[in-house]
Design a protein around this ligand. Structure first.
Ligand code: FHN
Length: 477
């Protein structure tokens, strides 16, 4: 018995030893796990930042999509035209939540075709998309498990928009991003009971807002990343008083821990200087790029930035907004932005039926035709270090890391085009993109580079030319 007892004791000792070892191993793995999770994404190295931003910088041109229940009233509520941007009709029209929900119940985009939208992005030369997953009205365009105020549970359409669009974008090689509003006019712990502005916010509101962020906003953001592998998170509505700088930094860290290589705009935090879009410099604000809105930076910037703009005057669809910018203006905006080192996020506001308005489709297709010829001066480009422009009608870009320079004229040039700020390599050739053959040129230090344009070439400039790109090998000065 003894022996058995001895064996039992030994076994007991052995099992205690094994348990101790496994506990030590568990502690070790927890330590390792903690070590892995606790990457401080707010203090990322320059090299890691540049690596993560590389595709976005090369992309230069993306589609913004503002789409939701606000497309149903399309700017008119109870027979009254509501002033302002279409996606703000709930607030501008002082529509009570219960009444606005009826627009969500009527949202039935039976003509929505994700493949057609993704193909349009491709044909337009757009490399990424940012669609409103949830705008200020709080309505989710996907099948959220955190809320039933969403496309699947609350509308007759009953299908997940983001699932369809993210899959179509992958098919066409378009990076998929989502706009997500921090402000939420529907959720009672956010602005749900104060969005009409009929009272000042209280300390209680701020405490509730923190709970909304933790129990609602972050779980929904997690859904977007885990379900649709979002490449860009474009936050907005960060200006509300309940939202703090500390919460912004924590939100940035949270999102990066979910997907380390995701790209997040500066509206994740409180740094944005209004519509100018770049961060204030009074603190270290989170966010990977600045977001000028409806405007373009005056000067070039070494920081990452993206100008978001509408094609007419509204983000969300309004049936009577026909103030469309010309394709020439849109192409010139793109060229100006890229010459200053930025990206262009150009908006479409689809109808309640799920159609992108025809004037938007026409303009995007025409932009795509221009980019098909001139895109090498836009994509994978970087700005000149000293001069992004010459006068008001010439912009400069160059292919990243090379001596391939581009001078882009926004107006029909004269028979001799004089270019400053660059020295061509001796005996190199100069071309006009889209036109075969080399152009005659000469250079001297006094007058600079003179490119001679024959009349038969100049006579080809017409209303759909928009801009000419001259390709030069040399160095910028
Ligand atoms: O209030 C929003 C507005 O509806 C729209 O989404 C724009 C686009 O960036 N952002 C906010 C206004 O700055």
């Amino acid at each position: 018995m003894k022996r058995r007892k001895r064996i039992t004791t030994s076994l007991l000792l052995l099992s205690i030893l094994l348990m101790t070892l496994s506990c030590k191993n568990q502690d070790k793995s927890q330590e390792l796990q903690d070590a892995v999770v606790k990457v401080d994404y707010l203090n990322e190295s320059e090299a890691d930042f540049d690596k993560r931003m590389a595709w976005w910088r090369d992309a230069r041109f993306g589609m913004f999509i503002h789409w939701g229940p606000y497309a149903v009233p399309a700017g008119t509520h109870k027979g009254e035209k509501i002033k302002g941007i279409g996606e703000w009709i709930m607030e501008r029209g002082k529509i009570p939540i219960a009444e606005y929900e009826n627009y969500a119940r009527a949202f039935n985009p039976v003509d929505f075709n994700a493949d057609a939208w993704a193909k349009l992005m491709k044909d337009a030369g757009m490399k990424y998309v940012v669609i409103t997953s949830k705008h200020h009205d709080g309505f989710a365009l996907w099948d959220s498990k955190v809320s039933s105020y969403d496309m699947v549970d609350f509308t007759p359409y009953g299908k997940d928009i983001l699932k369809q669009l993210s899959e179509a974008c992958r098919t066409y090689g378009i990076k998929f991003g989502t706009y997500h509003s921090i402000m939420d006019w529907h959720h009672p712990m956010a602005q749900g009971d104060t969005y009409t502005g009929n009272r000042d916010i209280t300390e209680e509101d701020k405490i509730e807002f923190e709970a909304y962020l933790e129990q609602y906003l972050k779980p929904q953001v997690k859904e977007l990343i885990t379900a649709y592998d979002t490449d860009i998170l474009w936050f907005d509505g960060e200006w509300v008083k309940e939202f703090t700088h500390d919460q912004g930094k924590a939100l940035y860290q949270y999102v990066r821990e979910l997907k380390p290589d995701i790209i997040i705009n500066n509206r994740v935090d409180k740094g944005r200087q209004g519509m100018q879009g770049m961060n204030k410099e009074d603190a270290d604000y989170a966010g990977d790029f600045g977001t000028p809105e409806q405007e373009i930076l005056e000067q070039a910037s070494s920081l990452d930035w993206e100008s978001c703009m509408t094609m007419n005057d509204t983000w969300g669809f309004k049936s009577y907004d026909h103030n469309w910018k010309s394709t020439s203006t849109l192409v010139h905006n793109l060229i100006d932005i890229v010459s200053k080192g930025g990206n262009y996020l150009l908006n479409v506001g689809p109808t309640a039926e799920g159609l992108i308005p025809e004037p938007s489709v026409t303009r995007l297709t025409e932009m795509g035709s221009w980019l098909a010829v001139n895109g090498e001066a836009i994509y994978n480009s970087q700005r000149f270090q000293n001069n992004f422009k010459q006068g008001e009608s010439i912009r400069f870009t160059k292919t990243k890391g090379t001596n391939t320079l581009y001078a882009i004229t926004l107006e029909k040039p004269e028979s001799v085009l004089t270019i400053k700020h660059m020295v061509p390599e001796p005996n190199s050739s100069i071309q006009l993109l889209g036109h075969p053959g080399d152009l005659e040129w000469d250079y001297n230090e006094t007058s600079g580079l003179s490119i001679h344009l024959p009349e038969d070439l100049l006579s080809g400039w017409n209303d759909t030319t928009y801009a000419w790109t001259f390709k030069i090998t040399g160095k910028e000065i």
